[in-house]
Design a protein around this ligand. Structure first.
Ligand code: SF4
Length: 244
C-alpha cells in the first residue's frame, strides 16, 4: 500500500526499511510518536496534526500497528529501521528526502509538504499581565527599586511598578510626596516569560522636588549609566537605554 493510501485505507504503513517492509504484524511496544521517527511517520503517511495530540497519537498507533512485520525476528529490523530513518534521514529539522528509501510514495514529499509535516507543537496562549512602570528622573538620574527576594526578577533592581489602572500622579504623590512635572507616556514593551507575557507601559515622570524623607528602603537614584550597568532585568535595561 502506498503512503497515500493511509488516509483512506484501513491501516497504512509508515516508513520502514526495506527489511521491515517485508515483515508482518506482531506487537507494538511504543507509539511511533515517542521515538525519533515521530516526524517520519506523519510525513510519510501524511498524518495531519501535531503528533503530541491524543487524536494524532491514536492515528500513529493505527498506522504503526497495521504495518508491523510478522514474526518476532522481523520486529527487531522493523523497529530499528524505523528509528534509524527517523534519527538520520527524516529528521525534523532537515529531512534528507533524496536519500530516503520511502521517498517514492511519501505523502509529504509527493504533495510538496515536507516543510509542513509533521505539524509543530501548537503554541500555547500565554496569560498576559500588564503593569505601569515609572521612569522617575531627576537631574539625569533615574530611580530604581530593588525587587523582593522572591518572585519575578527577585532581588534585581527595576523600575517602580504599579497597577495598570492606578493614577500615576496620585501614586507618586502618595508614595514619595514628590513634586513632578508633566508625565509622558512611552511605548509599551512586552517581555515573555515561560508562563506569562508581561507588557510594561512606561511613564516618564520628571521629578522637580524630592523630599529627603522619600528615600524608602530599596529605592535609590542611579546615574543613567550606572542604572544601565546595574543588576537590572534585560527588558528594564532596554527601557533605560531607550528613554533615560
Ligand atoms: S521522503 Fe522525506 S519527508 Fe518523506 S519520509 Fe522520507 S525523508 Fe521524510
Amino acid at each position: 500500500m502506498s503512503r497515500r493510501g493511509v488516509r483512506a485505507a484501513p491501516s497504512p504503513q509508515p516508513h520502514a526499511t526495506a527489511a521491515a517492509a517485508e515483515a508482518t504484524p506482531i506487537e507494538l511496544r511504543a507509539p511511533p510518536s515517542r521515538a525519533p521517527e515521530r516526524g517520519l511517520v506523519p510525513a510519510d503517511c501524511g498524518i495531519e496534526g501535531w503528533p503530541g495530540e491524543p487524536r494524532v497519537q491514536a492515528e500513529l498507533w493505527r498506522v504503526a500497528a497495521a504495518y508491523l512485520p510478522d514474526g518476532r525476528r522481523a520486529i527487531g529490523a522493523y523497529t530499528q529501521g524505523l528509528m534509524d530513518l527517523g534519527a538520520t534521514t527524516c529528521t525534523r529539522a532537515k529531512p534528507d528526502c533524496n536519500a530516503c528509501p520511502v521517498a517514492a510514495d511519501c505523502v509529504a514529499r509527493c504533495d510538496g509538504r515536507v516543510d509542513e509535516l509533521p505539524y509543530p507543537r501548537p503554541r500555547r496562549a500565554l496569560p498576559r499581565r500588564e503593569v505601569t512602570v515609572l521612569l522617575l528622573t531627576r537631574d539625569g538620574d533615574v530611580l530604581l527599586e530593588q525587587r523582593p527576594p522572591v518572585g519575578v526578577w527577585s532581588g534585581l533592581w527595576s523600575l517602580p511598578e504599579l497597577a495598570r489602572d492606578a493614577d500615576v500622579a496620585l501614586h507618586v504623590a502618595a508614595r514619595f510626596n514628590a513634586a513632578t512635572d508633566a508625565l509622558r507616556l512611552l511605548p509599551p514593551l512586552t517581555h515573555t516569560f515561560t508562563h506569562f507575557a508581561l507588557t510594561m507601559h512606561p511613564v516618564r515622570v520628571p521629578v522637580t522636588h524630592w523630599p529627603t524623607t522619600a528615600g524608602a528602603r530599596g529605592v535609590e537614584w542611579f546615574a543613567r549609566d550606572s542604572a544601565i550597568a546595574a543588576a537590572v532585568p534585560a527588558p528594564i535595561r532596554r527601557l533605560l537605554r531607550a528613554h533615560c
